[in-house]
Design a protein. Structure first.
Lengths: 321, 343
């Protein structure tokens, strides 16, 4: 198992109170496996990613649980130890590559720097590795493009550069946070093709954080649906999307017009996601749920059938989404 | 039926003139030209009363510019706009103003289109009071009624935009557009920034309002899934031109233009699992230097010589279904194509 997250909690201690952004999250990612972490804004999916990389800043803090990476716990490691892992064995790709790339440095400078941060190699060798990585992600004439600055690339090409940087050390795990959300459909599809190829070729594991169930369906083997800091349902993509059990997953699938046939009515989930500061007691979804009963005022524990996990008192076994 | 609004041969060019130093350099023989972007290039689009037209395209294709021209907030560089059969530019002032008022726009980001220092009462009530549609005294009642209509609690009348969530702010934007009793609404990526569960709520609101108030929509979006759900007719834009337009059912059943086919096959859906992504190659070219002939030819898997030289015209390939592709006039290739679509 490349990554095993057990009961992870990340809380933010703010003046208004404690925001439980991630509240007891568990999942596993095997070698070469892609896990889609799906949820709406504020569900805690990005904070989960940041927690794995040790990038949670105060007032936030990992307050409990384990992050086992190749069997070793990352929680409580010193910043120095984390720095040796981050970028080398675990890499991250963000939504907006303009934020990860330094606008005043050429791509070459940034890539050579990244290589030499972890490996003591000559500049020429670092450069050769940079050229190779750019080629892998499908940037035409990588040798010449290396001298360019981020603003000279289009959005899709910038995201490719960001992926190339993430690949420089052949990480065992990549955390990708909404990496194609800002891209056009045809460009998104190009990036997904690149990711798919790399994951099979190098046996790289991925945690693909996204709000788009369609992208996850096309890319991942497993999916975990997050709501209000918790994973409410998880299993293989086929299990979860063909036989969703949790009312939130069902609601999410019925809200996306692309998943329906033309003319089918959208059945939106009423209301909106609760603020992490003011979560309702019991099941946090109960106030928006079509299946809620009095039982939901208590907290649902995770239950499972054949490796398909859910947290719900009223699992929807019969209902086809 | 007379279309509610009809644009004929509409173009919009944005140019950046030469500055002083560049003019001077040109006097000394430097080859500097004014840089012109054809954001909208000779487009004709008619929208019938009660119709929802989905306008789809990727970034930089000119869909927002076309929307603004249709809304009357951006003048076109060439071409004419007709409102119920009458040329808008030839209307008397009073009438032209009335026409402008009946076209309202709803934007993508409500935070940047709502004044943060005004209350909802002012934001929604300002225009109808200014245009003399309601006396100022009655504005609070009118705004409260509108808020209720779009699903907001009327007791929030005196609140400011930052006190609302993204979905609620979009509802305020809708209430503001409805306040002047429009007949034609232009939605420019109005649901793109919202979470899916909220997006579905807003889409349902749009459809309810259409039924109740008999509205006509131009629905601009990059999301084919949303457009498929809401539209009666779909038009696809690529680099300033419409490449295909058809009634929604026909469009999704039998897309014709290679660009449209590519777009449709690349929309991720939950029905396709662990698929082989097989994207069209290349990037969207810069509108500053669009390719010759058919703008799509450098990325098109079926391009041949004629595509590089000659701009394909929009031709009717089925009733109401128009497409701008040379393949439609080349029988051999046209037969070879449908098989590829299904694979």
């Amino acid at each position: 198992m490349t990554l095993k997250v057990e009961n992870l909690s990340t809380h933010f201690f703010t003046r208004e109170g404690v925001a439980k952004a991630v509240d007891g999250v568990s999942f596993e990612v095997g070698r070469g496996e892609i896990l889609g972490l799906v949820g709406e804004s504020g569900s805690g999916k990005s904070i989960t990613g940041f927690s794995i990389l040790g990038l949670v800043d105060p007032p936030g803090r990992v307050t409990g649980g384990k992050i086992l990476f190749q069997g070793q716990d990352l929680v409580g490691r010193s910043p120095h130890e984390m720095r040796a892992i981050r970028g080398k064995r675990i890499a991250m790709i963000f939504q907006d590559p303009m934020m990860t790339l330094n606008p005043v440095l050429s791509i070459e400078t940034q890539m050579v720097e990244t290589v030499r941060a972890h490996d003591k190699v000559s500049k020429a060798e670092a450069r050769a590795r940079a050229v190779e990585a750019l080629g892998l992600v499908g940037i035409p004439s990588p040798d010449e493009r290396l001298a360019a600055y981020p603003h000279q690339f289009s959005g899709g090409m910038r995201q490719r550069v960001a992926i190339a940087i993430a690949l420089l050390h052949r990480p065992e795990l990549i955390i990708a946070d909404e990496p194609t959300t800002a891209l056009d459909v045809t460009i998104q599809s190009q990036i997904l093709a690149v990711i798919q190829r790399l994951s099979t070729e190098f046996g790289m594991s991925l945690v693909w954080i996204s709000h788009d169930l369609g992208v996850v369906a096309g890319l991942a083997q497993k999916v975990a649906v997050m709501y209000a800091g918790r994973i409410v349902e998880t299993g293989t993509v086929d299990d979860v999307l063909d036989r969703p059990i949790h009312p939130y997953t069902i609601g999410l699938m019925r809200s996306v017009p692309a998943n329906l046939d033309r003319g089918e009515t959208l059945t939106p989930i009423p209301g909106m996601a609760p603020s992490p500061l003011k979560r309702p007691s019991g099941c946090p979804f109960r106030l928006r749920c079509f299946a809620a009963t009095a039982a939901c005022e208590a907290e649902p524990e995770a239950a499972a059938i054949d490796g398909h996990l859910y947290r719900c008192f009223n699992p929807q076994f019969e209902r086809a989404a | 039926m007379t279309p509610l609004i009809e644009g004929t041969g509409v173009s919009r060019r944005f140019s950046r003139g030469l500055d002083y130093a560049e003019k001077l350099a040109r006097m000394f023989g430097a080859k500097l030209e004014e840089r012109v972007v054809h954001a909208v290039d000779d487009i004709s689009l008619a929208i019938n009363p009660g119709e929802v037209v989905g306008l789809v395209g990727e970034s930089g294709c000119g869909k927002s510019t076309l929307g603004r021209i249709m809304a009357g907030i951006l003048p076109q560089s060439a071409g004419t706009l007709h409102w119920e059969g009458k040329d808008i530019s030839a209307l008397p002032r009073q009438e032209a103003k009335a026409v402008r008022l009946t076209s309202q726009m709803i934007f993508q980001d409500p935070m940047s289109s709502l004044n943060p220092r005004k209350t909802i009462l002012d934001i929604v009530g300002e225009a109808p009071v200014a245009h003399g549609m309601v006396p100022k005294r009655q504005a609070p009642d009118m705004v409260a009624a509108l808020m209720e209509r779009v699903g907001l609690d009327p007791s929030y009348l005196k609140r400011y935009p930052h006190q609302f969530s993204g979905g609620q702010r979009q509802r305020i934007g809708i209430a503001r557009a409805l306040a002047v009793k429009p007949r034609f609404i232009i939605c420019d990526e109005s649901v793109s920034a919202l979470d899916v569960s909220i997006q579905a709520q807003i889409l349902n609101l749009f459809m309810e309002l259409k039924q109740e108030l008999g509205l006509t929509y131009l629905f601009i979006s990059h999301d084919l899934g949303v457009v498929k759900h809401i539209s009666d007719r779909v038009a696809i834009m690529y680099l300033g031109r419409i490449v295909e337009s058809a009634p929604a059912d026909a469009f999704f059943a039998a897309p014709n233009h290679p660009y449209t086919v590519a777009l449709l096959s690349e929309v991720p859906t939950i029905k396709q699992r662990r698929r082989q992504f097989n994207p069209v190659k290349g990037e969207i070219p810069s509108p500053l230097h669009p390719p010759s002939g058919c703008h799509f030819h450098p990325r098109c898997p079926h391009a041949f010589d004629r595509c590089r030289m000659e701009r394909p015209l929009l031709r009717e390939i089925a009733p109401g279904h128009i497409s701008a592709c040379h393949l439609n006039e080349t029988p051999v290739l046209a037969i070879a194509r449908p098989a590829e679509i299904t694979t």
